[in-house]
Design a binder for this molecule. Structure first.
Ligand code: ACM
Length: 262
């Protein structure tokens, strides 16, 4: 399977521009799964509830979901993309999964970061895994990585690949994903963005780039640069994530001692 990410710098508020840029770029590559950043169509630093409401869209009937669905169907590809979702007036920081047969599902971010708590409602979907020909795809969004339970839950629910749309501003995630993948024996695609935003009177947010594909053995298969736009794919065998054996004696799921955990 060819799985990868598109790292770029969305322009705040310019949904049509950002979506078209992603569509044109994805159309130019041969891949089975491409992951886009968190909030790839709107940008990140909102300054009012009205703004986030105006820029949010319904799923799957909104412009961004429909446009990506058409691209995925035309190309026979799976796409995971972060967007601001409007569900009957409740706004979520969400990610959609769409594929060759059309729209598949949505995940709503569980752990909101910093001022996201002003703009978004806490996700209510829980961690979801979808069976696809590319493998079992689970989604978590950016700061979800900080909670090991997110990746663990996805892995226990059968994820082979964690699609991880992100807008990282702290430096820790690329290194941490090595451990998340190793301890769960899953692949992960962290799709981050580049550039910076400074809107209203708010502080400048600089995004760290460094989108990364990490293997089920914790190997970094590819890490993007800090500030370079890049679409990248790696050939991987997602089935390798199904074997949780570390050696003859240790299976990392069977060896869990749940009676001693909280
Ligand atoms: C983040 O969750 N966007 C850091």
């Amino acid at each position: 399977m060819k799985i990868g990410f598109y790292q770029f710098a969305p322009k705040f508020g310019e949904i049509k521009h950002n979506v078209q840029k992603a569509v044109d770029t994805i159309a130019s590559v041969d891949a089975d799964l491409i992951v886009l950043p968190e909030l790839f169509n709107t940008g990140y630093q909102f300054i009012s509830k009205e703004e986030v409401s105006e820029l949010s869209e319904t799923i799957p009937s909104g412009y961004t979901a429909k446009t990506l669905e058409k691209l995925a169907m035309d190309k026979g590809i799976h796409i995971v993309a972060g967007i601001a979702e409007n569900s009957d007036g409740t706004i979520y920081n969400s990610a959609i999964l769409t594929g060759p047969d059309g729209f598949i599902g949505v995940y709503r971010k569980t752990h909101l970061f910093y001022e996201e708590k002003l703009w978004f409602s806490q996700g209510d979907t829980g961690f979801k895994v979808w069976q696809t020909p590319v493998g079992n795809i689970g989604i978590m969004i950016c700061f979800d990585w900080f909670f090991p339970e997110s990746a663990r839950t996805l892995a226990l629910r059968g994820a082979d690949v964690i699609a991880h749309p992100s807008n990282l501003v702290l430096p820790y995630c690329p290194d941490a994903m090595v451990t998340r993948c190793l301890e769960n024996r899953v692949f992960a695609i962290t799709a981050n963005r580049t550039g910076f935003e400074q809107r209203g009177n708010k502080e400048r947010l600089t995004f760290i780039g460094k989108s990364q594909i990490t293997s089920h053995k914790g190997e970094i298969l590819h890490k993007a640069e800090i500030d370079t736009e890049e679409i990248f794919t790696a050939e991987i065998d997602t089935d390798k994530a199904k074997d949780k054996s570390l050696n003859r004696f240790n299976n990392i799921f069977n060896d869990r001692r749940k009676e001693f955990y909280e």
